[in-house]
Design a protein around this ligand. Sequence first.
Ligand code: SF4
Length: 212
Amino acid sequence: MREQIREYVLNLLADIASADTQLVLLLILVVTALIVVDAISAFARNKRKEAGISAKSGTVSIDGSKTLPVKKYVSEMQGLAGVPDAIISENGFIIPVERKPLARKIRDRYVAQLLVYMRLVEEFEGKRPPYGYLILGPNCRRFKIENTPERQAWLQKMIDEMREILAGAASKPAPHPVKCKKCSVRESCAHRIQPALVTVNAKQAAGTKNVN
Ligand code: SF4
């Protein structure tokens, strides 16, 4: 009898030890799964933020995505083409999104690019987007750019000028000391502003001020 009790207790202890090990393993598995799910969610949240997608938006297209279709718009009618970084659906509209990861502030050329996408979205999706989004910088700051008639008229003026130049009209240079300094074609540009001239002019201006 004593032997039977001893054997029973030993078996019971073995079962408890075994159960504990399985419990610990289960806990490790659960915690690992939670960490992985959390990391995937954070990654997805970050990707949505980069693409300008809020919790209320639906994703239609992301350039470079392996799971979503990439929207490439080519309009023979308008003579325009473009691939927005993302297309989202929001408030019943198809909205283009353009991301500039290195940008610190809004530039005219970013706005012009987004306005072109808005024209293409209107033609191909059948509804005029009332706005688009620019996502700037590493922190993905989001700016809403309204699709106003004034902005579209500004874009049209630029497009008309570009077409005139392509048709043979003379281009009008717009040299700027800061832009020329960084410009990639400055060595072959006859209109560039020389840094030396800028310095001399600045010194002359400073000297004039001192005299006065
Ligand atoms: S170097 Fe020429 S093309 Fe470049 S910014 Fe200056 S004027 Fe414009």
